[in-house]
Design a protein around this ligand. Structure first.
Ligand SMILES: [Zn+2]
Length: 161
């Protein structure tokens, strides 16, 4: 059984750009203080850290998938040097319209991660520690945890921060 912590990127791992602006170059990626230590603690507690991030800057043509992948590669390398291992980075490159299945609060990235990292594709959360994506969190509770907002708990295959 694997346990995963899902981390948003902007505002959680790196300084969130002002509304309407995006990290489009590595030089703009400012890792927040304490992040490497926090991720290392997660690993120490048996969680793999998975990043799930909406990046519609790709759909807007502000950077390419290759450039975004390169930024994420450097981000993972820099964190790894500081002792923090990111298992995988998932992102949605689409814009809000037309709606896609992966842009949060849609659950596509979490479901994809659950499938990739847990053969059963099971997904349960520790809702009390999910802070950023309330709408997504509620969807998961409704769809996968039998409608209970207190679903998940000790022993869940995939948990969320
Ligand atoms: Zn998408």
């Amino acid at each position: 059984m694997k346990r995963a912590a899902f981390l948003d990127r902007d505002g959680v791992i790196n300084r969130k750009p002002p509304e309407g602006q995006y990290v489009t170059r590595w030089e703009e990626m400012q890792i927040l203080p304490g992040v490497a230590e926090a991720i290392a603690s997660l690993s120490g507690a048996g969680f793999c850290a998975i990043v799930v991030s909406n990046q519609r800057c790709v759909a807007k043509g502000l950077l390419t998938i290759l450039e975004l992948d390169s930024i994420h590669q450097r981000l993972c390398q820099k964190l790894a040097k500081a002792g923090a291992e990111i298992t995988e980075v998932y992102y949605c490159p689409h814009d809000e319209h037309p709606p896609c299945g992966c842009r949060k609060p849609a659950p596509g990235m979490l479901l994809g991660a659950a499938r990739a990292h847990d053969g059963q594709g099971q997904l349960r959360l520790l809702p009390e520690v999910w802070q950023a994506d309330c709408e997504l969190h509620q969807w998961i509770c409704r769809e996968l945890n039998g409608g209970s907002l207190s679903g998940g708990g000790a022993g869940s295959p995939v948990d969320s921060f």
